[in-house]
Design a protein around this ligand. Sequence first.
Ligand code: NAP
Length: 300
Amino acid sequence: MRLLVIGCAGQLARALVRAGSAAGHAVTALGRPGFDLADRPSIAPALAAAAPDLVVNAAAYTAVDRAEAEPEAAFRLNAEAAGWLAEAAAARHVPFVHVSTDYVFDGAGGAPYAEDTPPNPLGVYGASKLAGEDRVLAAHSRSLVLRTSWLCGTEGANFIKTMLRLAAERPLLRVVADQHGAPSFANDLAKAILRLAPGLVAARAGDPAFGLFHLTGAPHTTWHGFAEAILDRAALRGHPRPALEAITTAEYPTPARRPADSRLDCGRIGRVHGIAPADWRVALDDCLDALVGPLREGAR
Ligand SMILES: NC(=O)c1ccc[n+]([C@@H]2O[C@H](COP(=O)([O-])OP(=O)(O)OC[C@H]3O[C@@H](n4cnc5c(N)ncnc54)[C@H](OP(=O)(O)O)[C@@H]3O)[C@@H](O)[C@H]2O)c1
């Protein structure tokens, strides 16, 4: 299969390139500086040159706090450009996978969100991603929009790397314990997208294979719970283990408000595509093997 990945330097894009190539697919990855998704006229020629069987949009404006000060840039990439890409894929009759976020929800629901729960983003980033979902689904009937959460892995900037860096610098880390969700590893998401791919290429418009789906890691936790797992498992590899204090969101103010409980119900992708959430604790160990080193003798 010929796979076109947009956003070549990002966490998910890099995982997709690696996993897609390893699976024997011909993968083209496009991103800055060579390809700017916000430059509309360059999109159709890029698709024509790659002639893909499937397009995956892993490019996004992902700076959640900065987006509050730069709404135009966030909306241009996450909403307008996502829609342009979907239109271009539709014009070539190529199915399209677009990645979105748990931050489309306000986090006040009190239970894991299903795909049909009305969204209500708290910030510019979430609002721009929600607008992108709508544009993609309206522009291309063979689109799959995949909402995920707390994306991390070995590449790019993410929470794991921040925790490891701070653990080496400070005796005490304070992490919010009242925001609930689920870490999702780029490798697991890439594998899931590759599993979806043949079915999407074969399916016609109107098939339940397309539409809105949730996929995160499992089990649910808090940022504090995730930090604890990172620090504990890293310490078993010889990394410094600072004390960890649970704090509230009010004690850690940020420019963008974040949902207090953005757990996503991933049942639909299981029923339609047979894909289940991967255990992030397994992926975390793989990630720490790469970032910190192997477990010390006798550690489990
Ligand atoms: N990170 C999370 O916690 C999280 C959570 C839920 C959902 N998601 C969603 O998951 C997807 C993948 O996220 P990620 O964490 O892999 O993102 P990421 O690591 O921040 O990478 C985003 C990529 O998009 C590229 N990009 C930005 N503007 C571009 C443009 N105008 N033209 C072409 N490429 C451009 C960036 O390129 P540069 O390197 O040039 O900036 C970067 O390589 C996104 O849709 C995101 O919204 C992420």
